[in-house]
Design a protein. Structure first.
Length: 138
């Protein structure tokens, strides 16, 4: 499985803290997000702000979309799309245009995803959105 450091822009030191309480993969993080009581406990044990962990939960969720890696997740986040639910609610053409505009000023990715790929992301997000109501606690 992917290392936790590879998702959600989790700094190495904080990833180690998560690892110390048994969270070492994106799936571990998503499982944690389904349990608000444990989420609070992990925040206390690691010293990581609860709000920060919840943001990482959203990032881990969006990284479940095929083809969305760390860089594209960053670009999506720059356009205001930081979760599967937000992606599912997007209009592919508008989102693609916003991504192009943001990337032209922020230069986050070398190659922009095609509008077709963005459309596939939205379709996949719609399929996942019903399963993750508890996964995106903010």
């Amino acid at each position: 499985m992917a290392k936790i450091v590879k998702i959600g822009w989790i700094p190495e030191e904080q990833a180690r803290k998560l690892g110390s309480v048994g969270i070492s993969t994106p799936q571990d993080l998503l499982n944690l997000c389904n349990d608000p009581e444990n989420l609070q406990q992990v925040a206390q044990l690691t010293g990581i702000r609860l709000r920060t962990i919840k943001k990482w939960c959203k990032n881990a969720s969006i990284n479940r979309i095929d083809g969305v890696g760390t860089q594209y997740a960053g670009l999506l986040n720059a356009t205001g799309v930081g979760s599967v639910i937000e992606l599912a609610q997007s209009i592919p053409q508008s989102l693609h245009r916003e991504m192009a505009e943001k990337n032209s000023t922020l230069n986050l990715v070398q190659k922009l995803p095609s509008q077709t790929l963005v459309g596939k992301w939205v379709v996949q997000a719609k399929g996942l959105a019903g399963d993750i109501g508890k996964v995106e606690p903010l």
